[in-house]
Every structure is written in C-alpha cells, then in structure tokens.
Design a protein around this ligand. Structure first.
Ligand code: NDP
Ligand code: MG
Length: 386
C-alpha cells in the first residue's frame, strides 16, 4: 500500500481534528507537519500520535513553551512560530498534499507558497479564495496544482461535475441550512446572543464559521468560493435553504437535468473525499442515510432581507477586484467583535456594507493590492466597532 504524505495547517481546529480522525482510522497517510495558533496542549497530543517532522505554533510565547516541553521529553520535532511556521509546514519538501484548515485570510500566503511548491491543496480555508480567488486560481493553473474542495457544498459540486463537461453547466445550486435563526423575525434578530448564535442546528464547527452560518455570510463566502473554484458566473450560482443538510449541493445542466450529492451531515465525508481523491474509501466512521426514515427533504428561498450578508457577498463578487477582500476582512473583524460581545448581531451586515461603500476598489489586483486592501478594511472596521 502506498503511503500518501501530507501536512495540515490548523490541525487543532474542527476540520483539522476531523482530518486527523479520518487519517487515524485509515493508516495509509503519513502526517509530516501540523500547525496551531495557541492550542499547544492538543498539538502535543497530536505529535505523540502522528510524529510529524515539523510543527508551526503561530503564537510565539506558546511556541517557546512547546519547544521547552518537547526538549524535556527528548523529542526531535522542530517548532517554528509565526507565518514562517505556517509557510514551512505548507512547503515541506516531502509532502504531496496540504490540508488548509486554518480559519481566516491568514491562510492566504501559506496556500500561495504551497501552490508554488506544487502541493495538492485540500482546501477548507474558504477565506483564502474569497480574499484572492482570481490570483490563487491563476497560480494553481500556472503551477498545475490541483485544488480539491473540502467545504461540503463544494465537495458536492465537485462530485456532481465528475464525468460531465464544464461547458454544459447551467447553474450551481448551493444548499444552506439557514442557520439557527432561519425562522426568526427581524425583531427577534435584534436580541440574539452569542450563545444562541453558536448553536448550529446541524453542524459542530469552529466559532467563526458558526457565526457566519447564522448571518448567512457563510453562504455568501461559499458563493464566491464556488465562482473561483468552478469558473462560473455569479449569475449561475443560486442558494436554496434546505434545513435537513442532506443534499450538500447540486449542479443543473443545460439539458435541465440536475445532479445532487447526498449524505449525512458529517465533515469527515468531504474531508476523506479530498484526501483520497479520486478513490472512494470505505471506513468505520461512515454513517449511511436511512432512506426508510428520511420522510421529507424541504426547500425554501433564503430570507435575503433578514440576512443581508448573502446579498453583500453577491454584490462584492459583481464588483470584483479588491471588493471581496474587503468583504472578508471586515467580516472577520465584526465576527470577532460579536463573539467578544462588543457588537450586536444585526450590526454585522451594516458595518460590512459601510466598509464596502468606503472602499476604493482596485481591479485586477496584485498580491500587494490585496494585502493592502485587507489591512485597510481591518483598520477601518476596528475603528468602527470600538
Ligand atoms: P476552527 O476555529 O475550529 O480552527 C481553526 C484552526 O486554525 C485552529 O487550528 C486554530 O488554532 C488555527 N488558527 C486560528 N487562527 C490562526 C492564526 N491567526 N494563525 C494560525 N493559525 C490559526 O475553524 P474550523 O476548523 O471550523 O474552520 C477552518 C476553516 O475551514 C475555515 O475557513 C472554515 O470556514 C472552513 N470550513 C469549516 C467547516 C467546519 O465544519 N468546521 C466546514 C467547511 C469549511 P487554535 O486551535 O489554537 O485556535
Ligand atoms: Mg460549507
């Protein structure tokens, strides 16, 4: 059996730990590198089990603490801090695949370097494609690097596209659970708490994406992610609320035929699909749909007036250039602020809208333009939320 060699950025998060869970239960994947922001306790456990060569700890104090602990144990694992740690792990010479499971645009530079180093990308970190979709996809083409989606909707579309010509696509239909507030009124939305927003009805995920799901920004980010991954027009991407999260997304073809991908809501399925692509693997953790108990699958349009973030994402995509960068950066700041209870839930779209209005958009941006626009949006929105 051939052993595939991989590295995981953000191994201590929701996607990172589920990726390791898939690998642990399989045995034909070798983990060469792992990274965390601050969670060195969990990283230490992961080092024990997977024996990577190098780990990245973004926070420098935590990196020093881990180095000390590993030295005491006589461990030879190298610890590198900051963005250098992420980039080193993303470009490890022996690694064939990099799972990008950090949250936020911090994943952009390591992903770019991994692409340049010819690594296959298993992409969970959607903010990277939202921030710099055109640039990242052009680089992937130039370096002939496959980008395999991990996000469940994009994995679904990727699977529905297999064996069909891209030119025969009529539209992509992304399904959305609608989040915990899908049945709330405008008045109720004013009162929602962080604790309520963190309770997603169908998925257990990191806190940032859980809030994005509650505002529908997650679906907006996914529309942008889909545009770049599958090279379609924004007008060819639709969103439908499907509260059971059984259909993970669909592709409608020119002849009117629609192909959907279905499965239980468990991120290990799309993670495993990317890890083993093009193979499909059987594994003990896999749950199967029980068709005798699935009495109904429901669909409804998203409530765009109650959740303006979805339209803001379409708007940013239509404007293009650095506007999606600004949408993403502002969203990262306001979500962080909401999580710290410094900002009410219904202010999230307002601040993003205002930042987009203020931003002087740069078309066909360079990496430098993108980084500067990201920085501008972060500073601008930090001042707003203070
Ligand atoms: P989590 O918050 O659970 O994990 C994020 C990971 O990134 C952790 O390892 C975290 O370290 C690390 N990290 C956070 N900030 C930094 C930083 N500044 N520098 C370096 N590392 C950092 O997120 P998720 O796993 O939920 O999400 C990861 C990505 O996958 C996101 O882009 C999300 O949108 C996407 N995604 C997630 C899904 C899910 O089910 N969770 C589904 C589809 C997509 P630490 O543990 O120390 O905080
Ligand atoms: Mg998703």
């Amino acid at each position: 059996m051939r052993t595939k060699k991989i590295a995981i950025l953000g191994s201590t998060g929701s996607i990172g730990t589920q990726t390791l869970d898939v690998i642990k239960k399989d045995g034909d994947i070798q983990v060469l590198g792992l990274t965390t922001h601050v969670n060195i306790e969990l990283l230490e456990e992961q080092i024990e089990v997977f024996s990577p060569q190098v780990v990245g700890v973004f926070n420098s104090d935590k990196a020093i603490e881990l180095q000390r602990k590993l030295k005491q144990k006589g461990s030879k694992v190298e610890v590198i801090t900051g963005i250098e740690g992420l980039i080193t792990v993303a470009t490890l010479s022996e690694a064939e695949m990099i799972v990008t499971a950090v949250v936020g645009m911090i994943g952009l530079l390591p992903t770019i370097e991994a692409i340049k180093a010819g690594k296959t990308i298993a992409l969970a970190n959607k903010e990277t494609l939202v921030t710099a979709g055109e640039l990242v996809m052009n680089l992937a083409k130039k370096y002939n690097t496959p980008i395999l989606p991990v996000d469940s909707e994009h994995s679904a579309i990727f699977q529905c596209l297999r064996g069909n010509e891209a030119t025969s696509i009529s539209r992509l239909i992304l399904t959305a659970s609608g989040g915990p507030f899908r049945d709330y009124t405008k008045e109720q939305l004013r009162e929602v708490t962080v604790e309520q927003a963190l309770k997603h009805p169908n998925w257990v995920m990191g806190s940032k994406i859980t809030i994005d799901s509650a505002t529908l920004m997650n679906k907006g980010l996914e529309v942008i992610e889909a545009k770049y991954l599958f090279d379609v027009e924004a007008s060819q991407i639709d969103v439908v609320v499907h509260k059971e999260s059984i259909i993970h997304s669909m592709v409608e073809y020119k002849d009117g035929s629609t192909i959907a991908q279905l499965g239980v809501p468990d991120m290990r399925h799309p993670i495993a699909y990317a890890l083993y692509y093009p193979e499909r693997k059987e594994a003990e953790y896999i749950h199967r749909l029980d068709w005798t108990k699935l009495s109904a699958l429901s669909f409804s349009p998203p409530k765009k007036d109650l959740f303006p973030c979805l339209d803001l994402a379409y708007e940013a995509l239509k404007i293009g250039g650095t506007m999606p960068t600004v949408l993403n950066a502002t969203n990262e700041i306001v979500v962080e602020s909401f999580l710290k209870k410094h900002l009410p839930f219904n202010e999230i779209p307002t601040i993003i809208h205002n930042a987009m209005e203020k931003h002087i958009c740069i078309n066909s941006p360079s990496l430098d333009d993108i980084l500067k626009s990201d920085e501008w949006a972060r500073e601008w929105s930090r001042k707003k939320v203070e």
